[in-house]
Design a protein around this ligand. Structure first.
Ligand code: ATP
Ligand code: MG
Length: 377
């Protein structure tokens, strides 16, 4: 916060207004450390850029410039309102304005529509402080209009309910239910980013309850799957665990959620963990074959009380490259050329070593191989 106050100081010196705004003010009043601090200012993006040495144009068309200072990044956004919303997701235009209040008015919820001066004085035209005290999420202005402008706000309300452990105010809630179908206008990346946050916070069940109550589940990709019992879900802090849990508990394959466009890495993690969670018995080979993150997710979801990393560490080898003898020796000892047979024999050896039936020692492996190979030849 020291850095944000410094940035505000520079802007004020130059004759502009500047305040901390949005989530940072909310988190500050809740006694939580905000993960990033946004500053709103009457200075135009060009003016901000001339006042600071190092800046990045992160969203200059929306008035946002990232100021790099003291090893931190502070987003400075010019006071703005938003023009008409004709598509339920994005303003047709943004317009810079001179007053802070106009800027706060465009924000989604009262608790996110407060500003704070460099002396920590709160500016709160919509009753955000009181809603914060009462743990309430309430749309700024007319909820119907606000959700018609940007339908993502409905999912944000649901996300904040879990993140903050707050209730959604009655009129806001009813409005979401009436407008739930508009969520279909929102790009899947924005949906996923909110759902990721629902899965990563410790009160997923609360958000999921609202997701069903508001009927948003009827219009989200794979939405019906979300209507399950979340009471025993324990977030691992990682969103991907939530997606895996969703499929695991519904007994569905990855393809059901592919519309959300996962990275290949997350897709593989989810698929492998689903596979693992279906295995009745885990033995040394299971620990050898699957990666630690896959084992951890599957263990957590199926209530297995074990430490996969420790179980893995106890294995005689971690991968093929740890084998004391391998393809090259097999060819030498058999006098055969490379071919598909090698793969079969390497796997045989891996299993013996992993199960502790043969020591990972070159001479012992040779004895075993020569013996077995000639018996099969
Ligand atoms: P967190 O960082 O914990 O997710 P946040 O409140 O900072 O919470 P951001 O998405 O970072 O959320 O947005 C910053 C601020 O911008 C919000 O506090 C809110 O004032 C405003 N805002 C963000 N998205 C919207 C939206 N879709 N409609 C209206 N205002 C929004
Ligand atoms: Mg934020």
């Amino acid at each position: 916060m020291k850095t944000a106050i410094k940035v505000i100081g520079v802007l004020q010196e130059a004759g502009f207004e500047a305040y901390m705004v949005g989530g940072a003010v909310r988190d500050f009043l809740l006694g939580q450390t905000p993960h990033d601090i946004d500053v709103a200012s009457s200075a135009s993006p060009q003016q901000v850029k001339t006042l600071f040495k190092r800046t990045v144009d992160t969203g200059i068309e929306h008035g946002t410039v990232l100021v790099l200072i003291d090893g931190e990044g502070i987003e400075v956004t010019t006071f703005r309102t938003e023009g008409n919303y004709s598509d339920n997701r994005r303003p047709d235009s943004v317009e810079f304005v001179q007053s802070l209040e106009e800027d706060l008015k465009r924000r989604d919820f009262t608790i996110n529509a407060m500003a704070m001066t460099e002396n920590l004085k709160i500016i709160d035209p919509f009753g955000g402080t009181e809603d914060l005290r009462n743990h309430i999420i309430r749309a700024v202005g007319e909820p119907d209009q606000r959700f018609q402008e940007d339908a993502l706000r409905m999912l944000r309300a649901v996300r904040f309910s879990g993140q903050l452990d707050f209730s959604i105010e009655q009129r806001t809630l009813e409005s979401i239910r009436r407008h739930a179908s508009l969520i279909q206008a929102i790009a899947v990346e924005r949906l996923k980013s909110e759902i990721d946050k629902i899965f990563a916070n410790p009160r997923t069940a609360r958000s999921m309850d609202y997701l069903g109550k508001t009927d948003l589940t009827a219009y989200l990709p794979a939405g019906k799957l979300f209507e399950m019992d979340w009471s025993r879900y324990q977030s691992s802090g990682k969103a991907v665990f939530g997606w895996f849990y969703l499929l695991h508990k519904n007994n569905r394959p990855f393809s059901e959620i592919k519309d959300y466009r996962f990275s290949n890495e997350d897709k593989r993690l989810i698929e492998k963990s689903l596979e693992l969670a279906k295995l009745e018995f885990w033995d040394q080979w299971t620990f050898y074959y699957y990666a630690v993150d896959q084992l951890e997710m599957a263990a957590k979801a199926s209530g297995k009380l074990l430490d996969p990393a420790a179980a893995k560490a106890e294995l005689p080898i971690q991968s093929k490259s740890d084998l004391a003898a391998s393809g090259r020796e097999f060819m030498e000892w058999s006098g055969e050329r490379s071919g598909p047979w090698l793969k079969v024999w390497i796997e045989k050896l891996e299993k013996l070593i992993v199960y502790g039936e043969l020591k990972n020692d070159k001479e012992l492996i040779k004895d075993w191989f020569v013996n077995e190979y000639h018996r099969h030849a």
